[in-house]
Design a protein around this ligand. Structure first.
Ligand code: CA
Length: 486
């Protein structure tokens, strides 16, 4: 009897607590489903931002106080990886939680909207598609890059709201966005000039693109605060073209190099946006129930003024500078605050983490390659989340594998074995001394690669057939030379 009374007291006490929180706007009917509160997920993804280009990784010149707060109030990953060193395939891995080579997303896709295979195949489910049946509202704001065919666009792929553009990059100033639709694209990279899409409708913008995207992210949170939601803020900054407004350039006058200053200014705009997103979560009383993840889709590019610090290489390479990215996660009360986590983790883990934490049934899905990071971060599970991570880059005939502190890389220049514990800068190739060990790891890679399939769509250069002005000039010169030789 006493036991039953105690239980009744506990139940009514927790009902009162839930009721109070509900009344204060902290929890909603949709969030309190059964006995579990479904967490919101916010992914803030930047584009081509170098490992060293955030304050939390020690940037000497770029200031990111708001992005740094995610790490300071959460966990910073010093070995946070993406699955590919270039935009498209990296995003396909992040959004599905599966190595994108499993479904043939091996390259930046063509922008040609007539290609039905051009994106994540419908046989795969992305985060929004998995969360939708569980009552989530999802938005992608910014860069999609996961297919331009009408069946593959965000609204057909689980996203309730889309504000942004379909291609892999975009120009930043309103007056440059003059093309009404992909059908009007005549030259390569003119798709960077399309007017923005609000779901299926084209519209003009009035502000610098990054600021415009932040506005929409803030509005989405305000609109959907009473539902569990997934907000995917896919900033194209600081991807080329390197363009910034005077306001942000002024903030970076301490940087002498013009390209680096403009690149830094682009990140200043992102950082302001992150600050406003975090502030909005707090104002709506939902920041404790929101998992926020910040990362870049690949390492800093060679040409945009980025800095990968001591890491070797850059975008497009499988050395650390291409695939190890600034990566932090915040979830007050759920994961440790202000600490570093050094074990290798992956963008693949974001999907696995949210479906596990939200108790979403994924038994109908194909197996995920990521793992729920939360028990590893809290220390409930000892050991490392991944025994091994893999990378395949078909176009450059290269691949890599990291198992513990061992990493192998194969590219057209050669084969390498590095000790990541003592040589994370990948300068000391141990292959000559440890050939047998290299072979063992190479065999493990080959066994994994056997599970992958070839590219299912043509690459970026497939369309339109016309060449760019620059290329035409080059070809003219080539033809001239040929004529001379004759
Ligand atoms: Ca990128």
């Amino acid at each position: 009897m006493l036991f039953i009374r105690t239980m009744l007291l506990v139940i009514s006490a927790s009902s009162v607590l839930v009721g109070q929180a509900w009344a204060s706007g902290k929890l909603t009917a949709e969030q309190v489903s059964g006995n579990s509160v479904k967490p919101n997920l916010v992914i803030i993804l930047t584009d081509d931002q170098g490992y060293n280009d955030v304050g939390f990784n020690g940037s000497p010149d770029i200031r990111t106080p708001n992005i740094d707060n995610i790490a300071a109030q959460g966990t910073r990953f010093t070995n946070g990886y993406v699955t590919f060193p270039v935009c498209g395939p990296s995003r396909a891995g992040l959004l599905t939680g599966r190595y994108q080579g499993r479904f043939g997303f091996t390259i930046n896709p063509t922008i040609d909207p007539s290609v039905e295979q051009n994106g994540i195949p419908t046989s795969e489910k992305n985060i929004a598609e998995v969360l939708q049946p569980a009552g989530y509202k999802s938005a992608i704001i910014g860069k999609w890059h996961m297919g331009t065919h009408p069946d593959l666009r965000p609204n057909q792929r689980g996203f309730d709201f889309f504000y942004g553009f379909l291609s892999g990059g975009h120009r930043y100033f309103p007056e440059e966005l003059t093309i009404n639709d992909l059908g009007d694209v005549k030259n390569k990279f003119d798709w960077y000039k399309t007017r923005l899409l609000r779901n299926e409708t084209r519209e003009d913008i009035s502000k610098y693109l990054t600021d415009e995207l932040s506005d929409e992210a803030v509005e989405f949170i305000k609109r959907e605060k009473d539902n569990p939601f997934f907000l995917y803020v896919a900033y194209n900054a600081p991807h080329a073209p390197v363009q910034a407004t005077q306001e942000y350039l002024d903030r970076n006058q301490h940087i002498k190099d013009k390209k680096r200053r403009t690149y830094a200014a682009m990140i200043s705009s992102v950082d302001d946006g992150v600050g406003r997103i975090m502030e909005t979560l707090q104002q709506q009383g939902i920041d404790d129930n929101t998992l926020v993840v910040f990362l870049s889709d690949n390492g800093g590019a060679k040409t945009n003024g980025s800095d990968n610090g001591e890491l070797r290489g850059h975008k497009n390479l499988l050395f650390e500078g291409g695939v190890r990215v600034p990566f932090a996660m915040r979830w007050p009360g759920k994961i440790p605050a202000g600490v570093d986590y050094h074990q290798p983790i992956s963008s693949l883990d974001i999907m696995a983490t949210i479906v596990s934490q939200a108790n979403v049934d994924t038994s109908d899905n194909k197996p995920l390659d990521g793992v729920d990071l939360i028990p590893f971060l809290t220390g409930d599970i000892k050991g490392q989340p991944h025994d091994v991570l893999f990378w395949r880059h078909v176009k450059t005939d290269s691949h890599a594998l990291r198992r513990g502190d061992d990493k192998i890389v194969h590219d057209r220049q050669g084969d390498y074995l590095f000790d990541m514990q003592n040589d994370f800068v990948e300068q000391d190739n141990l292959l000559p001394q440890k050939a047998a060990q290299y072979q063992t790891l190479e065999k493990e890679y080959q066994a994994w690669e056997a599970q992958l399939i070839d590219a299912i769509f043509p690459g970026l250069n497939h369309w339109p057939k016309t060449t760019s002005v620059k290329k035409s000039k080059k070809n003219k010169k080539k033809n001239k030379n040929k004529a001379k030789q004759k």
